[in-house]
Ligand binder design. Structure first.
Ligand code: SAH
Length: 482
């Protein structure tokens, strides 16, 4: 087991010095060493020395540092972001350190740790990349040895490569999905052709290699958005869904998705219906999965449009699994599910204070066999039940719920084509629900909502559900049903 790491007394940070004054007081060898170190930055070096040694003076002249030829004075420190006391005179270094601290400027005094606010690291400079090694003053020789080892490990061109990487960052974020695709790109960038070209000094070839790599990677990485198209009304589409549609290369859509929504896609987008509609053959789920993977592999931006919300009876789980297995990135964009649209059409509270506080999304198709599904138990304990794909099993749903103990008087609301102007609404009780199966005139999708909360809906604009099955139907009602 590894030992817990000891704590640092000095914590490394990279300080912004670009364009800022960094003052070194002193003209001897120590001052020169600091000047060389700081000279690797874009800090504005100011050296205070009345009588610099010749080597220092030469360095100042050669490197264009500012030189204050005067005795030390605290005023010389003002405005600096870092101060180095390197005068070689203990007493003077103490004064400099005290002055800097009074001015609130971090100070380093050569060989006087007690006067230091910070220590200078040994650095491996591959700007913008920098490795800094510190030993809190304990082992300058050790720091230098480590420095030398790291220096030999890192290609001299690393800095140029990092600069090139920075210039590619925005494009990578735009073109490659987060996660493994980006990680792989950067791996190849830093270890593949761009790095190799840079190492031999071919800067423009390195840039071309990086661009080529990005194009290859982005082409190889399509993206699939599983998008909820809402219940039918096009203005119930989310803004995100609309944005994705406008950028899509391919739109794969189910039968229930209205043409108007599909039409909102980019003009050049391929449009691929996969549900039964106007005599077209519907595809199997496996075929749809294959289609999505194929389009993704071609590098397409795919919008997989599903009615309502994609995660509600949309078989999105299988599509997501297939995309995951194929390594194709995807996202999910929620939509307004049919139950919510139907409830809105009926002004029907799905939860009702003091009456019902839970809600079930179900399809009546799990009623086969003898045992009662869990949702039926929830219905009996007062949940509002939204039945998807329930028209053809209406009698089963009603019969089984009544048999299980739900009152035949429980309120029921039925909406065909919820959210569309062609919507038709019916109301009644659980006892009336079986009649839904006889309503062959309902050719659109039908949502059934059952529960005590339904009694709170607005029934003025809906027709009685049982009207058709009664022996004597009022002529006015009959007409309204045509
Ligand atoms: N993912 C969809 C549901 C797909 S299952 C959603 O979240 O809404 C298909 C069933 O949804 C239909 O049989 C019907 O019960 C219901 N449905 C979808 N659109 C509807 C609409 N406009 N009006 C009523 N029911 C609708």
């Amino acid at each position: 087991m590894s030992q817990p790491a000891a704590k640092l007394n000095a914590f490394p940070v990279f300080m912004r010095v670009e364009g800022e004054a960094v003052v070194i007081v002193g003209g001897g060898a120590e001052a020169l060493a600091k000047a060389r170190l700081l000279g690797q930055s874009r800090g504005r070096l100011v050296i205070v020395s009345e009588h610099p040694e010749p080597e220092t003076a030469a360095w100042i002249a050669a490197n264009g540092a500012a030189h204050i030829v005067a005795a030390y004075d605290a005023a010389q420190l003002e405005g600096a972001v870092l101060v180095f006391a390197a005068s070689g005179d203990e007493e003077l270094d103490r004064r400099i350190s005290e002055d800097a601290r009074r001015l609130g400027i971090p100070v380093n005094a050569v060989d006087r740790p007690e006067l230091c606010d910070f220590f200078t690291p040994a650095i491996v400079n591959r700007a913008p990349v920098c490795v800094a090694i510190g030993s809190e003053g304990a082992g300058p020789v050790l720091s230098q040895m480590i420095r030398a080892r790291i220096d030999s490990m890192l290609a001299p061109s690393l800095g140029h490569l990092a600069t090139l990487a920075a210039s590619f960052r925005d494009a990578v974020e735009r073109l490659l999905p987060k996660g493994s695709a980006r990680r792989h790109f950067w791996h190849e960038f830093f270890e593949g052709a761009p790095a190799r070209e840079m190492e031999i000094g071919h800067i423009s070839e390195a840039r071309e290699a990086a661009a080529e790599l990005l194009l290859r990677r982005s082409a190889a990485n399509g993206h699939v958005a599983l998008v909820g198209a809402g219940p039918g009304a096009e203005d119930l589409l989310t803004l995100r869904a609309q944005r994705l549609l406008m950028n899509a290369d391919a739109i794969v859509y189910d039968a229930l998705v209205p043409e108007e929504v599909v039409a909102m896609g980019r003009r050049d987008a391929e449009r691929l219906p996969v549900g039964k509609r106007k005599g077209c053959h519907s595809k199997s789920q496996a075929e749809i999965n294959e289609l999505l993977i194929g389009l993704g592999r071609e590098g397409k931006r795919v919008v997989r449009l599903k009615s309502g919300d994609p995660l509600v009876f949309g078989r999105a789980g299988e599509e997501m699994q297939a995309l995951r297995d194929a390594g194709i990135s995807y996202e999910v964009v929620p939509g307004v599910t049919a139950a919510f649209a139907a409830a809105a059409d009926f002004e029907l509270p799905l939860t009702l204070r003091g009456v019902t506080s839970s809600m079930v999304f179900t399809t009546g198709h799990d009623l086969k066999g003898g045992s009662l599904p869990d949702w039926a138990k929830l219905a009996i304990s007062g949940a509002t039940v939204a039945v998807y794909m329930g028209r053809s099993v209406a009698a089963d749903v009603a019969g089984r719920l009544i048999e299980a103990g739900l009152s035949p008087d429980t309120a029921v609301a039925v909406v065909e084509n919820a959210s569309l102007s062609s919507r038709r609404k019916f109301h009644g009780t659980l006892a009336d629900l079986p009649s839904l199966e006889n309503r062959t005139e309902l050719t659109g999708p039908v949502m059934t909502i059952i529960g005590d909360a339904v009694a709170g809906a607005r029934f003025e604009t809906s027709q009685p559900l049982a009207a058709r099955t009664r022996t004597r139907v009022a002529p006015a009602t009959e007409e309204a049903l045509q």
